[in-house]
Design a protein. Structure first.
Length: 137
């Protein structure tokens, strides 16, 4: 009988393979469509990151969040580019290298992440988590 750890690793590998397959298929089918990252988790991360004084934006948190949200909520490519330019030419952006690095490395590459892929993966994990929980006994 496999241990709980073995079952968990097997399920994680299965989930990762499923996620990659679904993600690739959706990207193929959704060519030309706009895709978004999960708003709730993005906002949660931004609130946490900007609240830490070590990142250097705590005193300007509201301004930073407003600029970031404008980029994230753009409805067209033109709006996205305009809001991104506004962010990157703002004083808070120019004065804060950690903000530049964090946003450029963490969030800009993710502007093409498909919310539906994330949702499907979360549904799979929740389903398989119940499966693991009941079969590991």
């Amino acid at each position: 009988m496999p241990s709980v750890m073995t079952v968990t690793l097997e399920l994680l590998n299965k989930g990762l393979r499923l996620y990659k397959a679904v993600y690739s298929y959706i990207l193929l089918c959704a060519a030309g469509c706009s895709v978004h990252i999960c708003d709730f988790h993005r906002e949660q991360c931004w609130l946490r990151w900007t609240s830490l004084s070590k990142h250097g934006v705590h005193s300007k948190r509201d301004e930073v969040l407003d600029l970031l949200r404008r980029v994230a909520r753009a409805l067209t490519v033109e709006d996205y580019q305009a809001h991104l330019l506004t962010l990157q030419t703002s004083a808070v952006w120019r004065e804060c290298a950690p903000l530049q690095q964090w946003f450029t490395r963490t969030w800009l590459p993710e502007h093409k992440v498909c919310f539906y892929c994330v949702l499907l993966m979360e549904m799979f994990i929740h389903h398989e988590g119940r499966y693991t929980k009941y079969n590991a006994r």
